[in-house]
Design a protein around this ligand. Structure first.
Ligand code: ATP
Length: 380
């Protein structure tokens, strides 16, 4: 079994007990007239890994800095473990922040770097030695205690930074793009290690990232930010499969989106006529919208079938097109199919067989179809 996948997500969080560990209530942060964070309300539970995900400038770091106490909210309140943080300076919060740059002291050994915070607190030598030893063991850096940061790889430096942040036993650890400096393969391994370490220590993590794969791997829940606001909060699966808005659908993963008009909004089903798509979209559930309403149908590329013949079944959820581009990615192939309206539809197919003899080729006429459960219908 792959060691990476031995991730324990079973530690109970305070969510199950119903109380929030971090409560952000209507928090706004203005720089001049500009609201970098705009009326954000959010609850994070004890023992969670919560990811704040959003594009550049969406307000993630500003929100994190307010939790650490480095910025003061212009309006609203932050509670940590039930305590109002308004008058609590950073050094009195049981909160630690791990920065993107790691900020290790270049002239100090790994051991000294990790011990530094405890020495500042004037703890006894024995206590420091034992706590540093324990945390270096957890991040698997015991063999490197005598090295200096420039003698370490990026991944090793990241672990030292993590050890240094955790050795002070914070209740809440804030991580700003913690894995940004690592290459893709190392980042994937480190994501699983981070989850294991977090579960072992039971510290609540709030992680800022602009990398959606990272957010989906790490988080128990995530908040998608856009222009200083929280667009949606939910588990990675809920956000991917049931995005609440066009922005979230488009921001997380890739999606095909078609405008249409509701022609039938019966109980438990919907019919949408989409000129853009050139067919009727049938959906096996209803949403709160009236007949005649303009809506957007979002279908993920992996939920679309691609065939050479139209089949015998219904004409709904079926559209003809021409393959314009094929990108072979190894695990999947991406097809760009142009439909009657001129719009390009993206379809991904897993490459299950090493040599799929009858592979669909560029310029072929194809039929795209999907199940009634696949489309997500959005009104905003
Ligand atoms: P990135 O992923 O690029 O780090 P972010 O989502 O973390 O982005 P923030 O750093 O929170 O974004 O910045 C949000 C907005 O607030 C940006 O438009 C930024 O220019 C602005 N901003 C941040 N700090 C200040 C400041 N001290 N003074 C003025 N504007 C600021």
């Amino acid at each position: 079994m792959n060691a990476q996948l031995q991730v324990d997500r079973t530690l109970p969080t305070s969510r199950e007990q119903g109380e929030a560990y971090v409560r952000i209530e209507n928090v706004t942060k203005k720089f001049g007239d500009f609201a970098a964070v705009d009326s954000v309300s959010l609850e994070v539970y004890r023992g969670e890994i919560f990811c704040l995900l959003g594009g550049s400038g969406s307000g993630k770091t500003t929100l994190l800095r307010m939790l650490a106490g480095f910025e003061t909210p212009s309006a609203g309140k932050i509670y940590i473990d039930g305590q109002d943080m308004s008058a609590i300076p950073p050094y009195e919060r049981r909160v630690n922040m791990m920065f993107q740059s790691y900020a290790l002291f270049p002239h100090m050994t790994v051991e000294k770097n990790v011990a530094f915070g405890l020495e500042q607190e004037k703890l006894g030598r024995q206590e420091i030695r034992s706590r540093v030893g324990e945390i270096l063991e957890i991040v698997k850096m015991t063999a490197f205690v005598a090295r200096k940061p420039h003698q370490l790889s990026g991944g090793q430096r990241q672990r030292v930074a993590l050890a240094r942040a955790l050795v002070k036993r914070p209740k809440l650890l804030l991580l700003d793009e913690p894995l940004a400096a690592l290459d893709r393969k190392l980042r994937e391994n480190t994501q699983f290690e981070l989850i294991n370490i977090q579960k072992r220590l039971g510290v609540t993590f709030i992680v800022v990232t602009h990398d959606q794969e990272e957010a989906m791997t790490l988080s128990s829940r995530m908040g998608v930010m856009n222009h200083g606001r929280i667009a949606q909060v939910g588990s990675p699966a809920a956000i991917y499969e049931s995005p609440a808005t066009k922005f979230v659908a488009d921001f997380i993963g890739s999606v095909n989106m078609f405008e249409g008009r509701v022609t039938d909004a019966g109980s438990g089903a919907l019919r949408i006529d989409s000129e853009e798509l050139g067919c009727v979209v049938a959906v096996d559930r209803s949403i709160d919208c009236a007949r005649g309403a303009t809506v957007w149908t979002a279908v993920r590329p992996e939920k679309i079938n691609i065939r050479r013949d139209p089949g015998q079944g219904s004409q709904e959820n079926l559209v003809r097109g021409t393959v314009k581009e094929i990108a072979y990615m190894g695990d999947v192939s991406i097809y760009h199919v142009q439909i009657g309206s001129g719009k390009m539809v993206r379809v991904t197919l897993p490459n299950i067989m090493r040599d799929a003899g009858q592979r669909i080729m560029r310029d072929e006429t194809v039929y795209l179809s999907w199940h009634e459960s696949s489309p997500v219908v959005l009104t905003e």
